[in-house]
Design a protein. Sequence first.
Length: 237
Amino acid sequence: MRDSSKESECQADANTRVGTTETNLNTPVRKRLYVATQRVAQRFKLGGSEGYELKSKGGVIMKHLQKLCVALFALFGAPQMVQGVELGQVPPKVELQENLGGRLDGTTWRSDELKGKVHVLFYVDPDEKDTNNDASEALDKEKFPAEKFQSVAIINMAATWLPNFAISMSIEDKQKRYPRTIYVRDYKKLLVDAWKIADDSSDILAFDKQGKLIFRKDGKLNTEDIQKLIKSIKDNL
């Protein structure tokens, strides 16, 4: 049987911590957080044959659910930080060198290199290396002129359990497939911190000749996203 008092308490706690008003759900992140929390709460309402006997185990379940609500709110429910890189703006300067990262040949990579040409930058978790292959292939088919276009792939080395030598082998294979792309290592997630882009993901950003952001998508690009990316490039060549 359901324990209505526990059920109500869980619902009230989730609503209090996340916020169900239109004011508190004014960002996509908070909306997703609210939906996720509600799904967890709904799951724990099950009883009987489902094996969720809240009457006897409700205390333990409630403690775990409350901890989950607090953790989710701490991660996503607080006021959102201003993004480190916004459309129409030049991103904060970043340098990847020595123990922080750099190019495959060991030389420094600087974000102020994203000028003079239209640049597309892939920021990739090695575990997500194939996520945006469709976008990579679409860009390759366009055959943008080398004097006007440059692609950069920065590998988020800290986003995986894979050893660095294994990642480096994979990068070398990618370099052979896309010889015009500049490959860079980021050992300390500098771009995640400085630009507030998604961690553990495959992110694509494009910059015009002045180094201003003209396109951004964190995660997998769909067909429409790819078309928008290509159009942004063509409009700024």
